[in-house]
Structure formats: C-alpha cells, structure tokens
Design a protein around this ligand. Structure first.
Ligand SMILES: Nc1ncnc2c1ncn2[C@@H]1O[C@H](COP(=O)(O)OP(=O)(O)O)[C@@H](O)[C@H]1O
Ligand SMILES: [Mg+2]
Length: 280
C-alpha cells in the first residue's frame, strides 16, 4: 500500500496545468502536490498516476514519492478562490499526493542535456503507457539536484476510457516526434531490451495493487477492482513485448524557442540593475 498521510493545510493552487493540483502540507510534516478526486477527469487520472508512477519507479526512472492523502475539506476553509473551494468540497476523503520537489525547475531542452540512454528509457516508457503529455510544449519533467524527474502521468493509459477497445492498444503505434526528449537521440531499442523483460506479470500485479479499491469499484464492465487491475496489467504486458517496433521519432512538428531565462541557458549574462533600467 502507498504510505498514508492526512492533509493538514492547503497552501496554494498550482495553475500551470489543467487539473488545478494544489500544494498541501500533511501530518508527516511533508509538502505534497495533491491531485484531487473531484478534479475534471476524476479518479481515472489518479489511477493513471499511481500505475504509471510506480511502474516508472520500478523501472529505475525517477518519480517523486506518491502517497495516499486523506482530505477533510475544512482544511481549505480560508481559501478565497471559489474554484478551489469547490474542488476541495468535491474531494473529501482519499486523494493522491506527490512529494513536492522544492526548488525544482521545469525541464527545458536548451538548458539541460539528457543522455541518449536515459532519453531512450523515458521515451520507451512513455510509449508503453501511451503518454502524449510529455511533449516539448508541456514536458512534465522536472530537474532537481541535477537529475531528471518524471511527473504528471494523469493523461496516460488512455485506453481506460474505452475498455471494450483496449485490446487493440497492444499494437497501437506511438509517435514520439514531439516528445520533449526526442532531440537527444533516444536509444529506444536498447531501452526496450533492458526494460521490457522487467515488465513481468508479477511486477504489474504489484503496481496495480497499489491503486486503492475505491478508485476502481463500479467500473463499467467489471465485477471487482481486481478484474480492473488485471485489465490494466494485460494491456501493459502486451504493449511491453513489441511497442519498440512501433515507435517513430520523426522531425518535430514545429520549433519552439526556449522558455528559460538567459542566465539558465548560458546564452546571456545575469541581468544587472543597469540592464534592467535599459529594459524599462
Ligand atoms: N512533485 C512536484 N514538485 C514540484 N513541482 C511540481 C511537482 N508536481 C507538479 N509540479 C508543478 O506543478 C505543475 C502542475 O502539475 P502537473 O502534475 O503537471 O499537473 P497538471 O495535470 O495540472 O498538468 C507542474 O508543471 C510543475 O510545475
Ligand atoms: Mg502537467
């Protein structure tokens, strides 16, 4: 089971992404990014976060710790934002927390170099989980203590939105042309050779068992939470076997200038008071 925590203080919303996660403190004195069951796509987002995050971790990729977080909506009583109030009210009970990485920077391909081996592992993993949410537009990668960390798998495992057609996903190709790590020459065949053998039925059972029953109960077409877990495991096991044959890395569909400030990319000196004056 994921470690259990209780939210003690709602600090602030994170408005970068679409799902309005919040920074929350907990009874273990930790700080977490909380993903709410009451948000847009609801519990399926959280299921994807748990399965993908814990699978990535077991494949040797860095993912901040995931915890179960109990929320009493009264912790947000002082929060003035109506949208946040409603989200908290709709999310009482069990939610998901991800350890907050203080001082981490959003990944920028012009500011941080990734090795071809690591790039290959991340691209192969994203192909496995059908993740289209790691593009250069929105990398969902953080750089912390000089290392790359994976976040935000809420949009992956798309097939769980239509289980009757999920079987076809075993062979469904993955276009990595827009992947944030495509420019680093990802060594995909090598990654597949190293990682695919690790995606065993035992590992998939271990990872899917970490999803709380409450987020799987009542899934249309399934009698029990374990039957849903088995369905997730089946698609992932099938995809792991051959997905590397169906990954394409073409030229990116558009260029994007770096969002990073010049002092980070090394292209420009730090602003001084006089250059700031010039800019005014
Ligand atoms: N564990 C974390 N540590 C530090 N910052 C984080 C963490 N998780 C998310 N963030 C920040 O919050 C933003 C939104 O979180 P994300 O998980 O991507 O949610 P969304 O589904 O809204 O895109 C991220 O782009 C990142 O800047
Ligand atoms: Mg995001």
């Amino acid at each position: 089971m994921l470690r259990e925590t209780f939210a003690t203080r709602y600090v602030t919303p994170l408005r970068e992404g679409g799902s309005l996660p919040g920074i929350v403190e907990a009874d273990d004195l930790g700080t977490y990014v909380m993903k709410f069951t009451g948000a847009g796509q609801g519990r399926k987002t959280l299921v994807a976060e748990v399965i993908c995050g814990e699978l990535a971790r077991r494949l040797g990729l860095r993912v901040p710790e995931l915890v179960r977080m109990e929320l009493d909506p009264v912790v947000g009583r002082a929060e003035p934002d109506q949208e946040v109030q409603e989200l908290l009210k709709a999310s009482g009970g069990l939610n998901l927390g991800m350890d907050f990485l203080p001082g981490s920077l959003g990944f920028d391909p012009l500011a941080y170099e990734v090795g071809a081996e690591e790039a290959g592992r991340v691209v192969w993993f994203d192909a496995l989980i059908g993740n289209v949410d790691r593009s250069w537009r929105n990398p969902n990668l953080l750089v912390w203590h000089g290392d790359l960390w994976l976040i935000d798998h809420g949009a992956a495992l798309i097939w769980h939105h239509n289980w009757p057609t999920a079987g076809a996903w075993a062979q469904r190709p993955y276009d990595a042309s827009d992947h944030a790590l495509a420019p680093f020459g990802p060594r995909i065949a090598e990654a597949a050779a190293a990682l695919a053998p690790l995606v065993t039925p035992a590992l998939l059972a271990e990872v899917t068992a970490l999803v709380p029953d409450a987020w799987l109960e009542g899934e249309h077409g399934f009698d029990t939470p374990d039957a849903v877990r088995a369905a997730y495991a089946e698609v992932l096991a099938a995809r792991a076997r051959t997905i590397h044959e169906h990954i394409t890395v073409g030229p990116p569909t558009a260029d994007k200038p770096s969002q990073a400030p010049g002092w980070l990319t090394g292209g420009h000196p730090l602003p001084t008071p006089s250059t700031l004056d010039d800019a005014r």
